[in-house]
Design a protein. Sequence first.
Length: 320
Amino acid sequence: MFECDYRDGAWTQPTIKPYGPLALFPGTKVLHYGQAVFEGMKAFKDDQGSVFLFRPEENFKRINQSSERLAIPNFPKDLFFDAIENLLRLDNAWVHQGHGHAIYIRPFVFASETGVSAAAATEYKFMVIMSPVTAYYSEKLKVIIAEKYSRAADGGVGYAKAAGNYAAQFYPTNLAREKGFHQVIWTDAQNHEFLEEAGTMNVFFRVQDTLITAPTSDRILDGVTRKSIIDLAHAKGIDVSIRKFSVTELIDAHKAGDVKEIFGSGTAATVSAISGFSHNETFYDLHDQSDSYAHLFKGLLQDIQYNRSEDPFGWRHKVL
C-alpha cells in the first residue's frame, strides 16, 4: 500500500509498504467530521501481459475536485501517478489476465490530525490500496425509484466522491433490498421528480433509439464511464440527449412502449443492465433487446480496456 502524509503545509516523503492496519487516535478528525474522499480505478492486463490503466487523468482531476470541496489539500500529479504505477509494478502478479478480471485501485485521502475542534484538519493521509476483482454484477438489476430519500442536494457534495455520500445511501438501499431490489434510482431532493443516478452508478435511459442521461451538476457525479459511453455513442452515430428526465416522462414512455433499455455505468460494474423498475408500488418490466446498447457499450469499453481493439480516444495508459 502507498502512504503519504500532509504536514506543515506540504506532502512529505511517500512510502510503499505491505498492506496492514493503521494506528489512529480516537480523536482523529476523520472519525468525527468525515473529511475523506476517494477514487475508484481499475488496471487491466492484456493477452501479452501488458498492464493498462483506463483514463487515469480523469480520476486524478476528480479526486482533487472532491478534495477541494471538503477543504482537503490537492495531491500532486506526479505523486499520484508514481504511487499507482509503482504499486502495479510491485503487484503485477495480482493483475490477472482474462475477460472480467482486473485489479481495483482505491486512492483515498482523509483528515489524520488529532483533535475534536470543528474545523478543517491541518494534517492528512493519502493512501492507495488495491485488490484483484472479477465481474461486479452477474445478473440484470431490479431497481426502485426513490420517492422519499435523497442522495444529494443542491449546493452539497453530491458531485464529489466524498465518503459520507455513500454512508447516507446505505439505509435506503437496505430498505430497497428488503423489498427485493438491487439498487435505488435516486431522484432530485426537491420534489423527487427528475431521475439522477442509479445506486452508485450514473444511469442511462434508451427511449426509442435515443440515449438519455441526466446532466452533471453539484448533485451528480461526473462519472468516467458515463463520459466514455457518451463519446462512444457519438462515435457510433447514436443520438444522445443530456437533459433532465422526469419520472413521469419515463413512465409515460414505458406505457407507450418506447423505453427499450435502462442501464447503469461505473468503474466497478462498467455497464449494468436493468431488468425493470418500480415506482409508487408498480413494477415496470423491461424486455431484452437484440440490439442492446448496454451490451454494445460494455463490449466497446472492455475491448479498449483489455487492449483488444484500437483506442481512437487515447484512453489507455500503459504502465508495463
